[in-house]
Design a protein around this ligand. Structure first.
Ligand SMILES: Nc1ncnc2c1ncn2[C@@H]1O[C@H](COP(=O)(O)OP(=O)(O)OP(=O)(O)O)[C@@H](O)[C@H]1O
Ligand SMILES: [Mg+2]
Length: 230
């Protein structure tokens, strides 16, 4: 019997917080374990670098155009960048593509554009995508001063059923600050501790797959995957 895909949407407290780095690491981990996975960045704007990173992590098992069917030139939200090109992408089209391309695969990771509420399609944002896919959210935040507010604000925007199953991932910044080592513990006052994982700085070689992650990093990635029931 073909499996029904479990959708996971990797969103964030904003842009540039580490969604692609994390998604690619999770994909590589799963591929190395010989387990099936699909990955998507359905809407790209200002270049297709994210989709290319996912394509590389998938090791040739998924075409670039399947990973990323819609891409726009301007480095703006996809909704606005599309409008500038006289194009319109609806949420329904994105949902259709994701469901069709994930059929038969047990796990599909979808990187949202920007943050949870950034305009994504002409008629929706990543929160809408999450709801329609009945997906589990992974909420990525930069592990710096302000992370507690950013994560709490994003969690507050989710309906309670989604909020409670959100995996929060704190990505180490290039330059840590005094909050970096404390944020995970502090956030546990507001969200289940077993759903908060901090990920250290990862070298370019590990990100590109040229070097293997350390055992410690793999344990963290496995915690995220286990929390996704994957
Ligand atoms: N844990 C980490 N280790 C090393 N570099 C990181 C880490 N987290 C984030 N970065 C770096 O931060 C920058 C932004 O990361 P990334 O592209 O993954 O963010 P994003 O949330 O996917 O951004 P966008 O909104 O543009 O999709 C990149 O240069 C990336 O290499
Ligand atoms: Mg990205």
């Amino acid at each position: 019997m073909a499996s029904i895909p479990r959708f996971v949407v990797v969103t964030g407290t904003g842009t540039g917080v580490g969604k692609t780095v994390l998604t690619a690491l999770l994909v590589r981990r799963r591929v190395r374990q010989g387990r099936p996975i699909r990955a998507f960045k359905p809407l790209c704007s200002g270049g297709r670098d994210d989709a290319l990173a996912l394509e590389a992590a998938l090791g040739g098992t998924q075409d670039l155009d399947a990973i990323n069917p819609w891409h726009f030139k301007a480095p703006l939200s996809p909704a606005l960048a599309a409008r500038l090109e006289g194009r319109r992408v609806g949420l329904g089209e994105v949902l259709h593509h994701l469901r069709e391309q994930s059929a038969g695969c047990p796990l599909a990771l979808v990187e949202g554009a920007g943050g949870l509420l950034s305009p994504s399609t002409a008629d929706g944002d990543t929160r809408d995508l999450l709801r329609h896919l009945r997906a589990q959210p992974v909420l990525v935040a930069a592990n710096r001063l302000g992370a507690i507010h950013d994560v709490r604000a994003a969690l507050a925007c989710l309906p309670p059923t989604l909020r409670s199953k959100t995996q929060v991932v704190l990505m180490a910044p290039a330059v840590p600050d005094p909050s970096t080592a404390r944020n995970a513990r502090s956030l546990a006052d507001y969200h289940p501790a077993d759903r908060i994982i901090d990920v250290p700085r990862v070298s370019g070689a590990i990100q590109s797959g040229a070097s293997a992650p350390s055992a410690a990093l793999n344990r963290r990635l496995d915690r995220v995957l286990e929390g996704l029931g994957a």
